[in-house]
Design a protein around this ligand. Sequence first.
Ligand SMILES: O=C(O)CCC(=O)C(=O)O
Length: 275
Amino acid sequence: MDLKADRLATPDEIRCFHDNGHVAVRGLASADEVAEFAPTILGAADLFAWNRDVPLEKQRTYDRAFHQAIGLCWHDDVIRRFVFAARFARVAAELLGVDGVRLYHDQALVKRAGGGPTPWHQDAYYWPVDGGSAITMWMAMADIPADAGSMVFADGTHHRGDLRGPAISDESEDRFAALVVDEALPTSTHGAMAAGDATFHAGWTLHSAGPNPTGADRPAMTVIYVADGTTIIEPERDEQRLDLALYLPDAAPGDAAATHRNPLLWGSGNPEPAP
Ligand SMILES: O=C(O)CCC(=O)C(=O)O
């Protein structure tokens, strides 16, 4: 099944993303489409999650939050069709308000049954590109009840840019949870997600997710996009230096974020064909 670019972001969705830094786009993929891709994606996620075998006594908050498998599109043609889907990339471009978007990277995030909360954090902390030029799509790969680890967003925090918090950890949780309380920041959750529902959030949107006390895994697939034409910035943290090496190979600060690992997935011209 081809995930064609047959869905536009609505004016309400664009306004919501612009104002709040996040939006739910319901039914971006149908249940049938998810059923076609989910077994391959989740099978690969299980195989390649770097933290899947961390023994209980060594697990950090991060490991308990989710099993994380990155760059799955480079392992499998089926996954590549999903990650490269023009439909998703087009919505990402419309929400960002740009003509085109490129792949930054994909990652499966499976919060296991009984898994812990995802600490508050900003994604762009890790990225060697301007957080205002990047957006994450998070898609439910099964029907997910509201109490199985829904994401929580601090509305409008993308407008504040880098809050200079630590990496995802107990420290980021403490620091940002206090910020949310002290400044009475409004927060939103999109609750239960049907398979194929997606949320999009901006690079600087502060967010977290609850624990998963249910008996079923909470499977999600994410795709991170950068606006076409985005330039790589000088990294100031080791996390950004690592991301630069992993997701923008052989590129340097000042270069366009457009290596062979960053194909144009939606653009005003013809998107490059998948390899
Ligand atoms: O899936 C989660 O629990 C958190 C996801 C997240 O932080 C993200 O996609 O940026």
